[in-house]
Design a protein around this ligand. Structure first.
Ligand code: ISL
Length: 546
């Protein structure tokens, strides 16, 4: 494989640093903690790390509100700590992608502090300012993803500023040339420091209709539509605008100055998400890859998976998708998709969580594995007074926010706070009891653990070109089976998933001439409940996987 192409089919391990490992006992994960635990990531044999924001920030949105793009927040450490992490990662053959939050800053950023003070400031137009409507109300009906109007009044300018997320996250005006240059300088700063690319935050929100036209009225959804719910509105003018392509082209042109550096865009869940992935990644002067959390809007049944596979194949033909089933913004897939999920969020069924891992790691494209997914962690169920996510605080109890997927990594079953933080302080979010039993140390000891399963599977994907970069084709299988093939250089791999809680015989045509590979497979021609088989022609060389 060409070095420049390392990202095609790569697996990235997503680190949410606040919850990964705390070295200094303040209850908040940090870069030194990440350094101490980096061998856990290396042992997964992933290709790289996507590190969520560690920049100086008032932490209203836990780092996605950047106050200084080129400094590390003291709660995470220092630039020297960052360099140590980068060096340790590179020594272990791991690439490092950092978050580039290009659409907005914190209101504490000096650019915004100056911009809001005066219309004469050098950065006056680096944010999106608009005069009020004649009656004094906001200039249009745009809504914030996190609730309420997307406009906030600034008395000093007697104008509103736009914020797609929190009011303390003012939207940057990337159509202003100097503002875009400043963002590119930030990107250059990190590339010069040695990072291998960026995860680009919320790229559907990078630009907006310059005339600031209101969105059309919300779809009537069988009665009254809650006027403030972003998810139920149409978004013709506030997001997904063609002008964003020019911004992305500039970012790509910069990346191309650094051999091997890549971009991973985050695409919103709005309708057409896969078409947008194709559009954002479908040309060599645009992004390398992009992911969307859209699939999580659906259930986990056979027709949905068949549609997902069709989307995957179609998107691969036009661009390059990356798969993310769990991350810091959504309920963990082990719970969200769990069969027989209950009001309490369902129990994590080891067999089912492994099936999810197998699917994530075998769909065509690249993949993001979110910290704890390799352990099969379920969503943490938190009480109202434990919630820290402003999004959850606004919408509780209909939506409990994102903290259930952001609780600390459980490292050691028997230790206080499961070894996430030295014992004298409590972590910023609790460690759920259900996670303790799934802690890393216990899974290290168990040769049959989910962690060991994940390692074997990732190692196999690395070794097997058909799995990493091969084409995909659906398989016509009887219910409740679902499957597809992957093929590269004449080598075909067959993947079969049993979506039911009962053992199912493998169809005869699959068994003939095939063998389970690397410890995965059906025994005696039967696929166990939620089982997964990975089959190769019997003549093929079967690599030894530890
Ligand atoms: O689909 C969406 C809106 O239509 C959302 O998923 C949206 O794309 C997402 O909320 C953007 O998330 C990213 O930016 C946020 C931050 O809070 C998230 O943590 C980050 O992943 C604002 O920076």
């Amino acid at each position: 494989m060409q070095q420049a192409d390392w990202w095609r089919g790569a697996v990235l391990y997503q680190v949410y640093p606040r919850s990964f490992a705390d070295s200094d006992g303040d209850g908040i994960g940090d870069l030194a903690g990440l350094l101490q635990r980096i061998d856990h990531i290396a042992a997964l044999s992933v290709d790289g790390i996507w590190l969520c924001p560690v920049y100086a920030s008032p932490q209203r949105d836990f780092g996605y509100d950047v106050a200084d793009h080129c400094a590390i927040d003291p709660s995470f450490g220092s630039l020297a700590d960052f360099d140590r992490v980068l060096e340790a990662a590179h020594q272990r053959g791991l690439k490092v992608l950092v978050d580039l939050v290009g659409g907005h800053t914190s209101d504490q950023h000096p650019w915004f502090a100056a911009s809001r003070r005066s219309k004469a400031a050098p950065t006056a137009d680096w944010y999106v300012w608009a005069d009020p409507s004649p009656d004094g109300t906001p200039p249009n009906n745009w809504l914030s993803v996190f609730g309420g109007s997307a406009w906030c009044w600034e008395p000093r300018r007697r104008q509103y500023f736009l914020h797609h997320f929190l009011p303390s996250q003012p939207t940057l005006n990337l159509q202003h040339p100097a503002c875009l240059e400043a963002l590119l300088d930030v990107a250059r700063f990190w590339l010069d420091r040695g990072v291998d690319g960026f995860r680009l935050d919320a790229i559907d929100f990078l630009t907006h209709d310059e005339r600031l036209r209101s969105n059309p009225a919300a779809r009537p959804a069988g009665g009254q539509v809650p006027a403030k719910l972003f998810a139920l509105q149409r978004h013709d003018h506030d997001m997904i605008q063609p002008a964003s392509m020019a911004v992305l082209r500039r970012i790509r042109a910069l990346l191309d100055e650094y051999p091997g550096a890549v971009s991973l865009g985050e695409v919103s869940s709005q309708d057409g998400a896969f078409d947008r992935i194709a559009a954002y990644t479908g040309a060599p002067d645009l992004l390398h890859m992009a992911y969307t959390l859209r699939p999580l809007r659906h259930g986990f049944d056979r027709p949905t998976l068949q549609a997902l596979l069709r989307d995957a194949i179609a998107t691969c033909a036009r661009g390059w998708p990356c798969w993310s089933f769990s991350n810091h913004d959504v309920e963990r897939a082990a719970t969200r998709w769990a069969p027989h999920r209950t009001e309490q969020g369902g129990q994590a069924d080891t067999r089912f969580t492994r099936l999810l891992l197998a699917l994530l790691l075998s769909l065509p494209g690249s993949a993001c594995l979110y910290q704890g997914e390799e352990l099969g962690l379920p969503e943490a169920q938190l009480q109202k007074d434990e919630i820290r996510d402003p999004f959850g605080i606004t919408y509780w109890p209909e939506f409990k926010g994102r903290d259930g997927s952001r609780t600390p990594m459980p490292w050691a079953e028997g230790e206080r706070f499961a070894g996430f933080t030295p014992a004298w302080s409590s972590p910023w979010l609790p460690v759920p009891a259900s996670h303790r039993a799934l802690a890393v140390d216990g899974q290290e000891r168990d040769p049959d653990s989910t962690l060991r399963f994940a390692r074997r599977l990732i190692a196999l994907r690395r070794a097997e070109p058909a799995l990493r970069q091969g084409t995909a084709a659906p398989l016509d299988l009887p219910e409740p089976l679902f499957g597809f093939t992957r093929e590269a250089a004449g080598q075909r791999v067959t993947l079969v998933f049993n979506l039911s809680g009962q053992p199912v015989p493998l169809p005869a045509q699959l068994e003939a001439g095939q063998a389970g590979l690397g410890g995965f497979g059906a025994s005696g021609g039967v696929l166990p409940a939620y089982g997964f088989a990975l089959l190769v022609p019997a003549m093929a060389r079967v690599p030894e996987i530890a």
